[in-house]
Design a protein around this ligand. Structure first.
Ligand code: NAD
Ligand code: IPM
Ligand code: MN
Length: 356
């Protein structure tokens, strides 16, 4: 079997701490005979501040042409206030690899992680399909009279029919494959008329190809309400780039916080980008406090992408066990640090003796 190369890009802040564990897991898989190769990338704020490098062209080309996946921690550092490096590295990978589907599962793995009164793990189980290559993230816009009392700042919200259709279709395909009965499309078509109209029309058109699945519309503001009141109503949610970013932080709070939220960015090509939903968390960085379980679940999603879905299930079971036994960090009710939580996961994985 051909060796699959994984680029490992810890990035900034807690990204380094959690990816160190993800990397050890991948190294264990490799040593147990999984045909994987790891390629460490020293990119992020430290490198940027050292020599101005963000994403070198040859590195990008090698990721695009030779890698099967990227494991990314987080980008964002208080010393780089405009996040210039993150735009090139993180958004650069998402956009230039055309990874249009940012898939963010929101699934509670323990009753204890659900903070809503009267709700438990069975009530929080849905997936958000976030459009990942367009919207307000495209950096189309400009300034006028910047720095004066009359200044104007514009960010355009770009929606293409092709872009809207492919993410909606991806969401329906997922619903079909998983036996879901509904797909909700969240927009703000009552205020953003042109883009809302496009999303509405394409949603209805695509839905006709999936007769067994109810296509439901919800305004994104109301969705925030319903996600707290009745999260059990949702199975699959599809939305644009910005709304997807915001509602997945909110949704993370329903199942233990950002330390439990994993994500995959997938396109039409073979390379996938795998990252926990959280950022570099400067408030806890370097203190051995970061929850690495989002990264463990992210490695699981990556293993599935590489052709090893059994490992995704295995890692999810280990994460459930870590939380249930409180062998985890304080944000999810444990007393361990980042490294010790990682050791718990690795010990369990070793005991299972996984093989390809
Ligand atoms: P954040 O996600 O870094 O942190 C938000 C809150 O959640 C903080 O209180 C933090 O301590 C907590 N938290 C996050 N991850 C955690 C974990 N694994 N374990 C325990 N607690 C955790 O968001 P922020 O503070 O708004 O952003 C910090 C920086 O990260 C910014 O520069 C931002 O732009 C960047 N960011 C990057 C990514 C990414 O690289 N994908 C994602 C989000 C934010
Ligand atoms: C995320 C982050 C990024 C985003 C930032 C860092 C640009 O919040 O991955 O959720 O908005 O996509
Ligand atoms: Mn975000």
């Amino acid at each position: 079997m051909a060796v699959q190369t994984i680029a490992v890009l810890p990035g900034d802040g807690i990204g380094k701490e959690v990816v160190a564990i993800g990397r050890e897991m991948l190294e264990l898989y490799r040593s147990r005979g999984f045909p994987l190769a790891l390629w460490d990338l020293d990119l992020g704020a430290d490198r940027y501040l050292r020599d101005g490098t963000t994403m070198p062209e040859d590195v990008f080309a090698r990721i695009r042409d030779e890698c099967s996946a990227v494991l990314l921690g987080a980008l964002g550092d208080p010393r780089v206030p405009n996040l210039e490096h993150a735009r090139d590295i993180l958004l650069g990978l998402r956009f230039r690899l055309d990874l249009f589907a940012n898939i963010r599962p929101c699934r509670a793995l323990d009753d204890r992680l659900v903070p809503l009164k009267g709700k438990g793990a069975k009530d929080v189980s849905f997936v958000v399909f976030r459009e990942n290559t367009e919207g307000i993230y495209v950096n189309v816009g400009g300034n006028f009279k910047k720095g004066t009392p009359d200044e104007i700042a514009i960010n355009e919200d770009v929606n293409t029919r092709k872009g809207v259709e492919r993410i909606i279709r991806k969401a329906f395909d997922h619903a079909l494959a998983h036996g879901n009965k509904t797909v909700h499309m969240a927009d703000k078509s009552n205020a953003m008329r042109q883009s809302g109209d496009l999303w509405q029309r394409v949603f209805q058109a695509v839905a006709r190809d999936y007769p067994g699945i109810a296509a439901k519309h919800v305004y994104v503001d109301a969705l925030c309400l319903y996600l707290i009141q009745a999260p059990e109503r949702f199975e699959v949610i599809v939305t644009n780039n910005l709304f997807g970013d915001i509602i997945t932080d909110l949704a993370a709070a329903l199942h233990g916080g950002l330390g439990m939220a994993c994500s995959a960015s997938i396109g039409a090509g073979p390379v996938g980008l795998f990252e926990p939903v959280h950022g570099s968390a400067p408030d806890i960085a370097g203190q051995d406090k970061a929850n690495p379980l989002a990264t463990v679940l992210t490695v699981g999603a990556m293993m599935s992408h590489l052709g090893y879905p059994r490992e995704e299930a295995r890692l999810e079971a280990i994460v459930r066990e870590a939380v249930a036994a409180k062998q985890c960090t304080a944000d999810v009710g444990g007393t361990l640090g980042t490294a010790a939580t990682g050791r718990f996961v690795l010990d369990r994985l070793k005991r299972d003796d996984p093989s390809p």
